[in-house]
Design a protein. Structure first.
Length: 341
């Protein structure tokens, strides 16, 4: 059983894993702490993105030979495969680590199995320590590894009567500045921003993440901009302005689009398209999280927030579990998850 020092170190690994400035995807965020034989922390590290040292290696590099006989506490089971970096399980064995304590079992079938390798080499292993908290650090990534598709967050902005635009097509702005700033904060959690070709044609969005100064984040921190649909796009559209990478998917099939994005190492898709695209994802059962910004306003006419869902009777209503409802400026943000049958 993990002792108090190991539990404390585990909480430290979560803070390390969430260090700001780490590019999104395709790898999970991981932190690691090395505890010496005398019980003192010798070193700590975290993963800084694809191609860089994993958290365990980063932490061990601070310790050197003192790692022999130590305990390594890590937020995710050490990997067991050689990709762009060597397997962490082997590195821990070679460093002479006596004990490894980890929180979350690696859900990636390509990389899992590190605990088995370590145990076979005589390393004392304990897993599942604060596992529920660890899963929240990489919630979308964990879902994606298990479902073999990205986690989908659908964001919508609506009036009280369910309108996304006025009768003349204008939609800027349904919600206030505080809500729009909040959207950028949440967009930054994702590694792909998805809209339909119609939204690009009508609204010409930039689809970037901006900071508190209203300036776009550096290109390397921008999610991939994805445009889905078969219509021809104007090459002068804002999504092609070079401030972030852009990919066009010539399909109207949500499952196909997600399959392509998963193969491109995208694990969290932020869906911000119009009512037709949103309805296609909802009808396919491919909306995992819904974030709705509701403005205290009425239009009475205009474009609906979502298109036809094929609901003919109240029994077929698409329902969600409400996780949170908070005031953001003059608007309300509701965060919901798909209700499991």
């Amino acid at each position: 059983m993990a002792d108090d020092a190991e539990v404390l170190a585990m909480r430290q690994t979560f803070a390390l894993a969430c260090t700001p400035g780490v590019p999104l995807g395709p790898n999970p965020r991981v932190g690691a702490v090395v505890i010496g034989v005398d019980g003192h922390v010798l070193g700590a590290g975290f993963h800084r993105g694809s191609g860089t040292a994993h958290a365990e290696i980063d932490a061990l590099s601070m310790v050197g030979p003192e790692a022999k006989g130590s305990t390594v506490v890590v937020s995710l089971e050490p990997c067991n495969h050689a990709g762009r970096t060597p397997p962490c399980a082997r590195a821990l064995i070679d460093a002479g680590v006596r004990r490894v304590v980890y929180a979350q079992t690696d859900p990636n079938p390509v990389a899992s199995g590190g605990a088995t390798t370590l145990r076979a080499a005589g390393v004392d292993i304990e897993g599942g320590v604060l596992a529920a908290e660890a899963a929240l650090v990489n919630e979308a990534w964990s879902f994606s590894m298990q479902a073999r598709r990205p986690f989908v967050t659908w964001k919508l902005a609506t009036t009280l009567d369910g309108r996304a635009a006025a009768a003349d097509g204008t939609s800027r702005w349904i919600t206030g500045p505080a809500a729009r700033t909040d959207v950028h904060r949440l967009r930054a959690r994702c590694d792909a921003l998805l809209v339909g070709a119609g939204t690009v044609e009508i609204d010409d969005p930039r689809l970037t993440v901006r900071g508190e100064d209203d300036e776009p984040l550096p290109r390397e921190l921008q999610p991939l901009r994805v445009v889905m649909g078969t219509r021809r796009l104007d090459p002068a559209a804002a999504v092609f302005d070079g401030t972030a990478d852009t990919r066009v998917l010539k399909t109207r099939d949500p499952a196909n689009a997600l399959s392509v994005l998963f193969a491109d190492d995208r694990q969290h898709v932020w869906l911000e398209g119009g009512p037709t695209l949103a309805a296609s994802f909802a009808r396919a059962g491919l909306v995992d999280e819904l974030i709705a910004y509701v403005a205290p306003a009425l239009l009475g006419a205009g474009r609906s927030t979502v298109g036809d869902l094929g609901v003919a009777t109240i029994a077929d209503t698409h329902r969600f579990d409400l996780l949170e409802a908070v005031r953001v400026g003059d608007d309300v943000r509701m965060t919901m998850r798909r209700k499991e049958s």
